[in-house]
Design a protein around this ligand. Structure first.
Ligand code: IVH
Length: 674
């Protein structure tokens, strides 16, 4: 075996193992290995790729994000139109569908292929010589949008076709649906809620929103999955005779198909399969809104053909929507961990499709206005795909007299701080920050994190217990914990030694930097870099605290909105009180060294490979101290690439784009000048 063969074989093996685990994790939500093991395999592949960039495989999971953000999607005309399906809603309609098929296929036995009807977005995928070259949305059926970059980030979708048994077709157009599996959807919403970002009403919206992102990096961060349900073109022909066999044929190339699938000899069995799936629906990993019934034999399909825009050989058998009427008893505002206020309708409990629903999120004040829902209203509650109940409709005709319009509360229901809702934003927030009990745990976790005050152990292990003991009302209380040794010892697994370690760690954290302290306060929009820029620009804490909007806006890395958030933060008396107590507890720092010169002001640099005299973090800091922005990827805007040993694709790219490159020796000499 040549070296190339061995390396490629190793890469292919790692890609296959990673793809299998990705499927288990993202699609089935049943991880088969530990995250750390996955990371190890992933890094093994990355290392191999860095060493042999010339052999990097096109479908490597290390480069799911292929392209740059687009300004808009291009339109593509479908070679074979993407048509729609007729619907049936009950047994009688189903039998009528079967009768119409039978009449056109006299004396023929008809077998039915029964599939899940995925509730996502239809797309078409083109493979040329086994390589995924294009992904297009359904659009109006004739013309869709080119979403290739986003489609390439879908983890369970083969980007290169290979099969041990079958030759790869020269051209293959696969049709199917992009979805967000339920587990991924719930995780995404929980994460967004924790970050104070907008949540999605259902997996379909989340999938649609993700696919319509112009920046493929966003689509890549979303847990999307693709399920194949048909072949629009195949050259040379695949040679299968039935729908079910052609789907099976697709699976050998790694395409996922629905987790349930039936082949029925008669239409009664189709009805039974439909009923079975209707009860199993809550246990499926994806959202479905019915079943698709297809005549299984492909020749029979051809004979049946189409009636206007719908096939005669297939129909959708939809599940009945589950909805119920009830009344709104109250509307509460819940405060999330980052201070977002979410309205929740408290309902007179009602059974919807077998589940009792008593609380429904109304998402935000905009949704309340859109529905014009008021306390006392009669509403239709709808459970989309069995997961999230929602208020679908308000019945104003049943509105009790005098029911008042709902307004955003002026004060936080938890801490009474003013509620703010910046113009153009959908979400309202409590301005209480560090003071608000609802936001405390996150504020504490952030405050003690490594890049902030760096108090080891407190964030992950003890924060919740300390909150329960009521020892931490805000972050300033951390510095009085030493007065409560006895209570600390009552916490499970907290012995003398852990208490002492914690207290020592708290004491040591008092000596910090101005930038870390500013970052630790958890001001919205103020990440590590912004905090450093603020410290460098203003030099003292008082100067930052008293800075006006204009001065803040002029600071590098501080946008207009962040500037407003900084001002808001230092205007809230509760925050000032906490800050003063923190400073009184003895938090201190050396005055930041004013960067006398910022010779690399705003330039974009990239550090890649291994440097022998310093870590990449240190190299990054040195560059940042000179005013550079250090980026993770090379583009035409990159000013210079510092390439250590074993620099891989970034170095290649820099050379291709003609961007200056420094080796370690040159970099050290360059730094010496300053
Ligand atoms: S077959 C000629 N199979 O339903 C159309 N469609 O109402 C053949 N859909 O836009 C479509 N699951 O996106 C087919 N297993 C499945 C499906 C399915 C969901 C969607 C499809 C289409 C819509 C038609």
């Amino acid at each position: 075996m040549t070296q190339q063969n061995t390396v490629v074989a190793q890469m292919r093996q790692l890609i296959q193992i990673l793809a299998k685990h990705n499927h288990a994790y993202y699609v089935m939500d049943q991880p088969t290995i530990e995250d750390s093991e996955y990371d190890q395999l992933f890094h093994q592949l990355k290392a191999l790729e860095a060493q042999y960039p010339e052999f990097v495989q096109p479908d490597t999971p290390t480069k799911t994000v292929g392209g740059k953000p687009l300004s808009k999607f291009a339109n593509v005309t479908h070679a074979v139109p993407m048509l729609s399906l007729g619907n049936v809603f009950n047994e009688e309609d189903l039998y009528a569908f079967a009768r119409r098929a039978e009449e056109r296929l006299p004396n023929q036995k008809i077998e039915y292929d029964v599939e899940l009807k995925f509730d996502g977005l239809a797309i078409s995928l083109w493979y040329e010589h086994g390589v995924l070259v294009r992904g297009v949305t359904r659009g109006d059926g004739e013309t869709g949008e080119d979403i290739t970059q986003n489609v390439k980030t879908i983890r369970n979708l083969p980007k290169v076709l290979s099969s041990e048994k079958t030759a790869v077709p020269e051209l293959l157009e696969v049709r199917g649906e992009v979805l967000m599996p339920k587990a991924g959807f719930e995780k995404l919403n929980a994460e967004n809620e924790a970050k104070g970002e907008k949540t999605f009403a259902n997996p379909r919206n989340a999938a649609a929103g993700s696919l319509r992102q112009l920046d493929p990096a966003i689509a890549a961060s979303r847990p999307l999955a693709f399920y194949a349900y048909g072949i629009a073109q195949c050259e040379p022909p695949h040679g299968q005779n039935t729908m079910s066999a052609s789907l099976e044929w697709l699976t050998q190339f790694g395409f996922a198909v629905g987790e349930r699938h039936f082949i029925c000899d008669n239409i009664q069995d189709v009805q039974a399969a439909y009923e079975q799936i209707n009860t199993e629906r809550p246990n499926l990993s994806v959202e479905i809104d019915g079943m698709v019934i297809k005549v299984n034999d492909l020749k029979q399909q051809q004979t049946l053909g189409f009636l206007s825009r719908e096939p005669r050989w297939a129909t959708a058998y939809k599940f009945p929507a589950v909805a119920a009427l009830t009344t709104v008893e109250n509307i509460d505002w819940q405060v999330g961990r980052t201070g977002t206020l979410t309205p929740v309708a408290r309902l007179n409990p009602v059974a919807v499709g077998g589940v009792t629903v008593s609380n429904v999120t109304l998402h935000n004040i905009g949704e309340i206005h859109r529905l014009d829902v008021r306390i006392g209203d009669t509403v239709s509650v709808y459970r989309s795909g069995d997961v999230i109940p929602k208020v679908e409709k308000v019945w104003p005709e049943f509105r009790p007299e005098g029911a008042a319009e709902v307004h955003l509360p002026e004060c936080c229901p938890v801490c009474s701080s003013p509620v703010v809702m910046p113009e153009g934003e959908a979400l309202a927030r409590c301005s209480g920050g560090l003071y608000c009990a609802a936001q405390r745990i996150e504020a504490i976790r952030h405050f003690v994190s490594r890049k902030a005050m760096d108090i080891e152990g407190l964030g992950d292990r003890w924060a919740e217990s300390l909150l329960h003991l009521d020892l931490l009302k805000d972050v300033a209380d951390i510095y009085s914990l030493h007065e409560h040794r006895d209570q600390l010892l009552t916490i499970e697994k907290m012995g003398e030694k852990s208490v002492q370690n914690l207290i020592d760690s708290i004491e040591n954290s008092k000596k910090t930097t101005l930038a870390a302290f500013i970052y630790a306060l958890g001001i919205r929009g103020v990440g590590e870099t912004t905090a450093r820029m603020l410290a460098n620009t203003f030099q003292t804490f008082d100067a930052i605290r008293n800075a006006d909007l204009d001065a803040l806006k002029k600071t590098p890395d501080v946008g207009d909105i962040t500037a407003e958030w900084i001002v808001d933060f230092f205007q809230a008396p509760h925050n000032l009180e906490v800050v003063d107590r923190l400073l009184a507890a003895g938090i201190h720092w050396d005055a930041p060294v004013a960067p006398t010169r910022q010779p690399l002001n705003g330039e974009s640099w990239v550090v890649t490979g291994t440097l022998s005299t310093m870590g990449r973090d240190e190299a990054t800091q040195q560059l940042q101290a000179l005013g550079a922005r250090v980026s993770g990827s090379v583009s035409s805007k990159t000013k210079c690439v510092v390439a250590g040993e074993k620099a891989g694709s970034k170095l290649d790219k820099a050379e291709k784009l003609g961007i200056p490159v420094m080796n370690e020796q040159q970099f050290l000499e360059f730094l010496q000048q300053y």
